[in-house]
Design a protein around this ligand. Structure first.
Ligand SMILES: [Fe+2]
Ligand SMILES: [Fe+2]
Length: 317
């Protein structure tokens, strides 16, 4: 596959697994085109035209010729400078690496992370939070996330990729959509009386089983095994965590158990007060699920995958 084909497949898979539904997401692409048309020439210069075809600003080709053929790639959760050096070292040793793929973004894909958070407005609306409340809370949260990220040095990875001439791709929300969808469908197959039953069932997913051996498996961070499960909500996608205030709204909406990849401490304290159970699945294992679904798809097309940087590689038949 070429870099472009890998990237296009990622966009396609991300859109069909998007919690908003692919029809809604396709409309966003049209909206971007409309928005561009109405801009002044001065502003058009700075508009990211990739938004016409890819609704995920945190998933982009950061370096490399899209026409380049990829036979073997290295894929990781936090692939960055060190992993690009590793790729170069492996190539030197005779195991040629044609591209590095990271889940967590860097470069402009990190600087624009807040832009993908809109997906969560719909996710929490589906969970019962009034859409206007979710929307308003996410506008606040997005500007906070943006301010938090903006002072960081985003470009180190991209600079290293350019110096070593190794193609560098980041796929963030796309993989999270795939993981989120997988978890929702997996949990929908069964009904649960208690939080402990959910935990046992989640632990059977091979990525989590593997993480348990590494002492980083799922755990209950609010509530306990014996607590009644209530309505289950999976929150595996949408850039990063929502605000503490949104969790309060979830309590009002009747959410019983929340399944998260990671939860900030202030949110855990809040959720405990609200009697919402929370299963923290462990971050790397959870991110690995979406990654694996995608990597299986490209392996089927002949691309060899070398896992790195925290990725727990599981191949599904
Ligand atoms: Fe993720
Ligand atoms: Fe993550």
């Amino acid at each position: 596959m070429t870099i472009q084909e890998i990237y296009d497949l990622a966009i396609e898979m991300g859109m069909s697994a998007d919690p908003r539904g692919s029809v809604t997401v396709k409309k966003l692409l049209e909206k971007a085109k409309e928005e561009y048309k109405d801009l002044s020439e001065k502003k058009k210069k700075f508009f990211d035209k990739e938004n016409f075809v890819n609704p995920y600003t945190d998933s982009r080709i950061l370096y490399g010729d899209p026409k380049k053929e990829v036979k073997r790639l290295m894929a990781g959760i936090d692939a960055d400078v060190a992993d690009l050096l590793l790729a170069d070292r492996l190539t030197q040793k005779g195991k040629e690496i044609d591209m590095v793929v990271s889940h967590h973004p860097s470069g402009h894909a990190l600087a624009s992370l807040h832009e993908v958070m809109d997906v969560q407005v719909d996710m929490y609306a589906q969970a019962g939070v009034p859409v206007n409340v979710a929307h308003s809370l996410f506008e606040e949260r997005k500007s906070k996330v943006k301010r938090g990220i903006s002072p960081l040095n985003h470009s180190q990875g991209v600079d290293a990729a350019r110096l070593l001439e190794i193609p560098f791709l980041v796929i963030h929300t796309i993989w999270d959509n795939l993981g989120n969808n997988f978890m929702k469908e997996y949990l929908d197959k069964k009904s649960f009386e208690t939080v402990g039953e959910i935990l046992d069932y989640i632990n059977e997913i091979p990525e989590f089983t593997e993480a348990i051996y590494g002492k980083a498996g799922p755990s209950i961070v609010a509530g306990s095994e014996k607590m009644r499960a209530g309505k289950i909500v999976v929150s595996f996608t949408g850039g990063t965590n929502p605000s503490k205030e949104l969790y309060t709204e979830m309590a009002k909406a009747g959410v019983g158990t929340l399944i998260e990849m990671h939860v900030p401490e202030d949110a855990v304290q809040e959720l405990k007060k609200l009697h919402i159970n929370v299963i923290d699945t462990g971050h790397m294992a959870a991110d690995s699920i979406g990654a694996n679904i995608f990597l299986d798809a490209i392996e089927k097309q002949g691309v060899e995958v070398v896992p790195c940087s925290g990725l727990i590689r599981v191949v599904r038949k």
